[in-house]
Design a protein around this ligand. Structure first.
Ligand SMILES: C[S@@+](CC[C@H](N)C(=O)[O-])C[C@H]1O[C@@H](n2cnc3c(N)ncnc32)[C@H](O)[C@@H]1O
Length: 291
């Protein structure tokens, strides 16, 4: 199953102001936003499609195949956007989109242990060339380090309890799979199952750590705005309060320095969209424009 693009109508309306422009989709995933953008573009319109996950990029290539002549695919991290554009002699683009987090196929069928509902090896690397896996982290980090990670990246209230349980469990036997970890966390939290699985925050924290997601965003925010042309827009959809705070702070600091904040408050998905696609529920879209 492909990923359902979030806030699609809003992105199209607010990002694509020049139909013959050049756009960067820094998180092309399975190409949901990209194909819709390509459909609205005119004869001269082009997209640079980036993703760090080779599997995602392969899917995007196939989904977007009918537009192949209008797309440049790049397998890289979006923190390297500046280097990549420079290497192609591109100084400015008309718009940039980041849709942070994970795609459905990564969670449901990548076999990399992103989901607490599956029994898969605990890997969690979006880019298979990264060295550190989630299995390394849960089996080698000190209890204090684990607790800090769960607290900082997962905002998990029971971080200490979970870290203790992980360290206790691994003395008996290495933690190998997503299912083992999910069950261990549920036991440690002694949580009644509600709509939200008790291991949700633990899995999110590990994924953010393994993929260095906050540093990726920080580096991107330092370089990407200056790559926009006059009236060019940067749209970022985030799903995590830490990410949204980083985007908000960075956009506010650019105000009156050659940029205008288009979204005073973040744009949220409508009730209908959330009903149709529950994964959209925490999405927040923020936009700036270069003056
Ligand atoms: C929510 S999905 C994007 C879905 C896409 N907008 C669509 O409609 O199909 C996020 C994607 O961003 C990629 N990603 C996450 N962090 C990245 C990074 N730092 N650099 C490049 N790609 C990244 C993931 O591999 C994933 O494919």
């Amino acid at each position: 199953m492909l990923h359902k693009p979030v806030l699609l109508r809003e992105v199209l309306e607010l990002l694509v102001l020049n139909k013959n422009g050049l756009y960067v989709d820094g998180t092309v995933g399975t190409g949901g936003h990209a194909i819709a953008i390509l459909k609205t573009l005119g004869e001269e319109g082009r997209i640079i499609a980036m993703d760090r996950d080779p599997q995602a990029l392969e899917t995007a290539r196939s989904v977007l195949s009918q537009y192949a002549q209008k797309i440049i695919f790049i397998r890289d991290r979006f923190s390297k956007i500046h280097e990549n554009l420079t290497s192609m002699n591109i100084a400015e683009v008309d718009g940039i989109l980041l849709d942070l987090g994970m795609s459905n196929p990564q969670i449901q069928s990548s076999g990399r242990g992103f989901s607490f509902l599956k029994d898969e090896p605990l890997d969690m690397r979006m880019d298979p060339d990264l060295k550190l896996t989630a299995k390394d982290v849960v089996n080698t980090y000190r209890e204090k380090e684990l607790a800090r990670l769960l607290k900082d990246f997962g905002e998990e209230d029971k971080a200490q309890k979970i870290a203790k349980a992980i360290v206790h469990q691994r003395k008996i036997r290495k933690i190998e799979t997503s299912k083992e970890l999910a069950e261990l966390v549920a036991r440690a939290k002694n949580a009644k199952y509600s709509r939200i699985h008790p291991a949700t925050k633990t899995f999110m924290a590990l994924r953010i750590h393994i993929n260095d997601e906050l540093s990726e965003l920080k580096i991107f925010l330092e370089s990407a705005p200056r790559l926009l042309t006059h009236k060019g827009r940067l749209c970022i959809i985030s799903y995590h309060s830490l990410e949204d705070r980083m985007v908000k702070t960075s956009f506010n600091s650019l105000k009156n320095h050659g940029f205008q904040v288009i979204t005073k408050k973040p744009i949220r998905p409508s009730r209908d969209e959330i009903q149709e696609n529950p994964s959209a529920r925490s999405a927040k879209l923020r936009i700036i424009e270069r003056s």
